[in-house]
Design a protein around this ligand. Structure first.
Ligand SMILES: [Mn+2]
Length: 322
């Protein structure tokens, strides 16, 4: 069922015990929206727990209430009136899905690839971030955002828009950000915290840049982290942005060998719909930023991705799509 924001508010108000969760490989929007919504609901007298079934990157550890995030224990059965899934769909919340089995679900998301299977969904695909939706929800719920909740929401909006650089930045995104500054957010502190990198990460970045290769007359550019290089890299955050700026490039992508037969792929584009490419390969995301996992050895995964991008670039150039 498709929900409106008012339906969402009603469902939240009717519940007493609420569990909030988000996707594995959590980003600023996943963590920020979960923590901000928790604070909002606690201020309404709700009993709230946040579960994320994955480790979370260090840069997000300074978010207010970060220590309250729990990981589901094997065999633990969770008890609540409502499970709220943020920034993703049911099949990407890891073990939380089993632990919360039987609890009614509402799903709040901005990913165009979310089909809302088996859940009640509020999808605002034009929102730059789930945090932008949660900000709108705070108005519907008539909750005043404190500095802590505002910091969480700003972090999610800033990270999902590349600090207001990407095409998903819309007037309402900036209005939300402005209101969050009025609630006490310090934008410089957040950007310093998010962009901070260890020396190891910067050295890994330099090594990864050496793998830069262009394809399709310079319309695509790839970065390739094999198993060997992967051992020296903690985070690939922001790597793609280093090459997506190359003149003439439409699609930038990164193939990261995480295990012998398992590679993660992320893509960014200026024109081509990379969410379609990701979807074809079993992943998802947005028109200009998407990703997927490929269960294949590194060299094979590379070929699969390059081929799929070539096809998408070709289709994009067909006059019927112009
Ligand atoms: Mn998001």
């Amino acid at each position: 069922m498709q929900l409106t924001l008012k339906d969402v508010a009603k469902r939240l108000k009717a519940a007493k015990k609420i569990i909030i969760t988000s996707h594995v490989i959590p980003d600023g929007d996943a963590v920020g929206s979960s923590l901000a919504l928790r604070r909002m609901l606690v201020s309404l007298g709700k009993e709230v727990r946040v579960f994320i079934d994955d480790s979370i990157r260090k840069n997000l550890e300074t978010l207010p209430d970060f220590d309250l995030i729990e990981r589901p224990m094997l065999e633990e059965k969770l008890d609540a009136d409502l499970l709220v899934i943020l920034d993703t769909q049911l099949d990407r919340i890891g073990q939380v899905r089993q632990a919360a089995e039987g609890i009614p679900i509402i799903n709040i998301d901005h990913h165009v690839t979310n089909e809302g299977k088996d859940v009640d969904l509020y999808l605002e695909e034009n929102a730059a971030a789930t945090c932008e939706i949660i900000y709108e929800l705070s108005k519907v719920l008539k909750v005043e955002l404190d500095r802590e909740a505002a910091t969480c929401l700003y972090t999610g909006i800033a990270t999902d828009t590349g600090f207001f650089n990407y095409s998903n930045t819309r007037p309402s995104t900036l209005r939300a950000a402005a209101a969050l500054l009025e609630a006490g957010v310090k934008p410089n502190e957040i950007s310093e915290q998010i962009e901070k990198k260890s020396l190891t990460d910067v050295m890994g970045e330099i090594e990864t840049l050496q793998t830069t290769k262009v394809f399709f007359e310079g319309k695509a550019v790839g970065l390739f982290i094999d198993g060997e290089l992967s051992k020296r890299i903690d985070s690939t955050e922001g790597f793609i942005d280093l090459v997506r700026i190359i003149d003439g490039v439409d699609v930038a992508f990164l193939v990261h060998c995480k295990a012998e037969n398992f590679c993660r792929v992320s893509m960014r584009s200026k024109n081509v719909d990379v969410s379609k490419i990701a979807h074809k390969l079993g992943g998802g995301g947005h028109v200009r930023a998407a990703g997927c996992s490929i269960a294949a050895p590194f060299e094979e995964a590379k070929m699969i991705v390059i081929h799929a991008i070539g096809e998408a670039l070709n289709e994009h150039l067909q006059p019927s799509n112009a």
